[in-house]
Design a binder for this molecule. Sequence first.
Ligand code: T3D
Length: 263
Amino acid sequence: MDFETIEFGIEGGIARLALNRPRSLNSFNVGMHREVAQAMDALEADDTLRCLLLTGRGRGFCAGQDLSDRAVEPGAGAPDLGYSLEAYYNPLIRRLRALPVPVICAVNGVAAGAGVNLALACDLVLAARSASFVQAFCRIGLVPDSGGTWHLPRLVGQARAMGLALLGDKLTAEQAAEWGMIWKVIDDDALEGEAEELATHLASQPTRGLAYIKQAIHASWNNNLDQQLDLERDLQRAAGKTEDYREGVAAFMEKRTPRFSGR
Ligand code: T3D
């Protein structure tokens, strides 16, 4: 596949997707939305997939919507931003959340607007020490989207979510990690290497078991304890039937390193 606005490939069970419009800090235009959606099609169709690594090229991760596509001539009608969410941003967030493999986001620089919330929809967020997070929506009269009003209060609590969303201040990577918004901060020059190492590790693990963990943790937000216990029972039943569970137990008993196949 040839792409203009992203870099994408799958090798050895690891998919790598890099947003690649560095001159506008990898902000989304329709072309990039379409190419990311095509990449998601390929990921969903690949049953050898074991991990996705998402990052950005250049000095930013993603600055959200490309605002040069939103400048409106005086007297012209307002663009339908609801359509933009329905057609592009919301499907992407839903697809990332539903992908049955761990999704790592390596935030290489500033993440703003939908760019922050794209990162927050991933399973493990690493950030370069120089990266920052800006819920920039309030600065232009918009509402945090791409799941921001859902993920943010759950990750950092209501007080901090309100502060970030209403003020649009830049949050440093270190503060984001301290607040539990992301998994880890990494020195800038080590980010790519650590993200690759993490992807390689995850791609060698029991993929179906990891998918069930992801599913259970996501579902917990909408379940009461009884529902969650039932879900854990069902997922454990399914996990117990995988080849990887059998291999994990055999390797433990034989005091050797397991060789997980992802099945
Ligand atoms: O519209 C819909 O479809 C609804 C959905 C909306 C989702 C959204 O994401 S709305 C929010 C959109 N994003 C923003 O409001 C963020 C705008 N950008 C910024 O606030 C700042 O650029 C940053 C805080 C991200 C970074 O600041 P800084 O000082 O490091 O960089 P800069 O100088 O502002 O930007 C560098 C270049 O990238 C610059 O271009 P130039 O002057 O070098 O030619 C700038 O215009 C461009 N750029 C940055 N963000 C965007 C952008 N160009 C287009 N769209 C952008 N979002």
